[in-house]
Design a protein around this ligand. Structure first.
Ligand code: CA
Length: 532
């Protein structure tokens, strides 16, 4: 080949490489569970339980060590995830406000670009989901046993256990309804491990032979903290006096949370009414598993720290049991992708709608901007672009999912979407990223009584403002005090850092368009809703 022919040959190659159709857009499977703390995923190394199938996503992809939410509560978190906008922009600031499905969301964008879209499981947003060709969702919180599902707008009760049913509906959609000529978006969203942690029959006695030690700060006395931590109602082990003072579902309850039909003092708890939904077989399996353990406590009532540890163990075991079924479902889904040859071109993300306290500060539940509820697990696999075993240590938020999925699908981010695509982080093409995240929480007064607050977190520090019926600031040095046991606000040695953090908070609020007026705009609707 002469030099001219060779150059012509090179140009032809170059021309072909530019005109050959791009590879097909990736399928996207977005798995979300409800209240799944990163501490309860074995890939994060806490040693509580074993979740081999969820772990596999990170082993074959990326593990995010600083995944956070913008508002640590169920429905608002889902609204942020769908819209890529902070709560005060998408309007769903708390569980009481309605969600406006007419606004844009990333599923609508993908649908318009030719994706086939489906949503299965829990979404916790009233109204018929928009952006989905197929939806099978739980009404509200849904039930663990024999749940109702709203399938494309029609409600039907499906016998069985909610986690397995959600998996079956998902696999059924993939098998019988998927259009193989188009890319798909599938939201596979589990109700578990949300309160009140009712395990599947086969896991009712898992961990019976184990005693869990609580976290080091389980018996926290909230000294060196402000009013908010002292006045919450989310203790795993509240005293009978605290229980009497708290709202209906405040603190851990003998019936609803600890599954005692009669408490140790002989009082009926009302939990038997929850079992009325069960079939006779389910009820029999349940009573067989719990009755001996409940009888043992009644025969030998515990007090003080011993009773607190009993409650912690009842809580953590039921919580982890429900996760075992979630992990099974992830395994079934990943196996299906392997069998169908879909693994290579499918993005799989596993996350939760927020984190959860597993006894840290003595708590269950979420809401606070403290680490355990601010953080959320994120694991992501996409063999084509994410090297196996990657670790992402940048501060990513649930705000970023929508723009990230659009980015992978080659769709430009709408101008009003506030999150940032983290494609460049997982594909390891770029590392420049934000240096602070913004947080808001609005649901007060309400169950668990966590006061309204907002704040910022940087890699090392956190500044929080609690407001509404108090006006208190908290500052934490996460490097020296990762468990957030000492509020440093106002301490002389941190005065310069405090000033910098205030400046940073002002600028981030201005950047996202937040102000005190936003809260006022939602407050009246909220107060009217809780009056009802
Ligand atoms: Ca949740």
């Amino acid at each position: 080949m002469g030099i001219k022919s060779f150059v012509l040959f090179l140009f032809t190659l170059l021309f072909l490489s530019c005109t050959v159709p791009k590879t097909s857009p990736p399928n996207i499977i977005f798995i979300m569970s409800d209240d799944h703390a990163y501490q309860a995923i074995s890939a994060y190394g806490q040693g509580l339980n074993s979740t081999p199938n969820i772990d596999r996503i990170a082993q074959e992809g990326a593990l995010f060590t600083k995944g956070f939410v913008t508002n640590s509560i169920c429905a608002p978190s889902r609204a942020v995830m769908l819209t890529g906008k902070h709560s005060f922009k998408n309007g769903k600031v708390d569980n009481m406000q309605d969600f406006d499905w007419d606004q844009d969301n990333f599923a609508k964008q993908l649908q318009a670009a030719g994706y086939q879209t489906a949503l299965v499981g829990k979404i916790h947003l009233r109204g018929l989901p928009q952006g989905f060709d197929y939806s099978a969702v739980l009404p509200g919180q849904g039930h663990y046993y024999n749940p109702d599902f709203i399938i494309n707008g029609n409600t039907e009760r499906i016998p069985g256990y909610v986690t397995s049913i959600t998996t079956s509906l998902t696999l059924n959609w993939l098998t019988t309804k998927r259009d193989k000529d188009r890319p798909f978006l599938l939201l596979y969203h589990q109700k578990a491990p949300h309160r009140n942690w009712k395990p599947e029959e086969k896991y009712l006695t898992l961990f019976d032979d184990v005693t869990f030690d609580p976290p080091a700060n389980f018996f926290d006395d909230y000294s060196n903290r402000g009013t908010a931590a002292k006045t919450q109602e989310m203790l795993i082990s509240a005293t009978e006096e605290q229980l009497a003072r708290a709202g209906l579902y405040g603190h851990g309850r003998w019936g609803h949370d600890f599954k005692m039909i009669t408490d140790p003092y002989g009082n009926a708890t009302g939990f038997d009414q929850e079992l009325e939904r069960f079939s006779s077989d389910q009820r029999e399996a349940w009573l067989k598993a719990y009755t001996p353990k409940n009888d043992a406590l009644r025969a030998n009532p515990l007090e003080g720290k011993d009773l607190a540890l009993w409650k912690f163990n009842r809580y953590i075991k039921d919580y982890l049991r429900t996760i075992q079924s979630v992990d099974d479902g992830v395994g079934e889904l990943l196996n299906y992708l392997d069998q169908e040859g879909l693994t290579e071109n499918t993005i799989v993300v596993y996350t939760s709608d927020q984190g959860f306290y597993l006894g840290e500060h003595g708590w269950f539940d979420k809401r606070f901007m403290y680490e355990e509820s601010l953080r959320t697990p994120i694991l992501m696999r996409y063999p084509k672009e994410i090297p196996a075993g990657s670790v992402v240590d940048k501060m990513v938020q649930n705000l970023d999912f929508a723009p990230t999925f659009l980015d992978f699908a080659g769709i430009p981010k709408p101008n009003d979407m506030q999150g940032e695509s983290f494609k460049k982080l997982v594909s390891q093409t770029e590392t420049s990223w934000r240096d602070a995240i913004y947080y808001t929480y609005y649901e007060y007064p309400s169950v668990h009584m966590v006061k309204r607050h907002y704040g910022i977190r940087t890699d090392r520090f956190k500044l929080i403002h609690f407001y509404y019926d108090i006006n208190e600031w908290e500052l934490y040095d996460l490097e020296k005090d990762p468990s957030e046991m000492r509020n440093l606000y106002g301490e002389e040695s941190y005065s310069e850092i405090q000033t910098q953090l205030h400046k940073k908070l002002d600028s981030i609020r201005s950047f996202y368009g937040d102000s005190d007026q936003n809260d006022q705009a939602f407050l009246q609707t909220y107060l009217e809703a809780i009056q009802k």
